[in-house]
Design a protein around this ligand. Sequence first.
Ligand SMILES: [Zn+2]
Length: 355
Amino acid sequence: MPSLARYYDGTTARVQEVRVRPTASELVLFDPADASIVARWPIEEIDVLGDAAHESAPPVVRRGGEARLVVEDPEQRRQLAALVPRLAALAAVPAPAGRRIAMLGSTLAVLVGVFWLAIDYGTEYVAPWLPYSLQAKLGESVFEELVADKDECHGEAGLAAINDLANRLAKAAGYEHEVTVHIIEGGPVNAFTLPGGILVFYSDLIEQAKNSSQVAGVLAHEIGHVVHHHPIKGMARAYGLEMLAKLVSGGYSDILNTLSSGGNILLALRNGRAFERDADATGVSLLEKLDLRADGISSFFEQMIEKEPKDAAAIAGIWSSHPPTQERIAATKRPPTGKPAFSAAEWKALREVCK
Ligand SMILES: [Zn+2]
């Protein structure tokens, strides 16, 4: 099966799904829907951009052009690398997120410089390098927008319990910033992550969870999105690099206007299957790293598969790759061993966080 990839044409913000078929002399990119040819790249003109150690999916480029090709799936990258020696760098193992973040300079001038360099590298590169303060500001504004007509829950002990676990998980992944979990009263049964390490849980998810491991599992999955910078990458993909460029150059209010008038923010934050798989795998491994029960992700999906919300507001978050496939359940399956993620008192407080 030819690899599935995202194709950025280099002139517009449009992202196109393509399949990639390597031949002896060229990479043929074609539309999976009707098999029409999108581009033919001679093998001797292609390169893997940048250092593959910096990002899990380094873009492939054709020299002299602006177009980019990003193969999300690590297995498909390895296959392409095996078939095409010039793409050998695609098989390299990415560095931990912490090291990438540590590469950031501290002055704004450096950040802006890195940013423009990063734009050239495509959205996969730009997102983690966007100054964190701006990501956080963006996330907070989106949060305000989303919860404007909803009630937030303020039970202190419950919020402390879930925020403490969220930050322990994030820290275990080498994430250097504070993570904040908000709980919104009611439904749908959902949770999602915004830029700047802001997590939103609906209380219906906590209420319908059969045990604390399931909530911990969803939380760990969302922390997976945080440490992989999925929310800001999703927004970069949805709104284009131009808007993120404005963000850095100070045109911040324009962006919020576009976001709130441009319809559904949650749609922009939908995670593709590759992001979901990464978040699942990271979530499980973080729980295991802390010696906590890691069976909650798969058992949550198993229990909830029939209750998947159908309304428009609910197609983001934990349900992005809906329905949660048997494949995801199988991949995250773990025995119910290890310490409970929440003590009995913490779990009780969390269940009562909206009271
Ligand atoms: Zn997710």
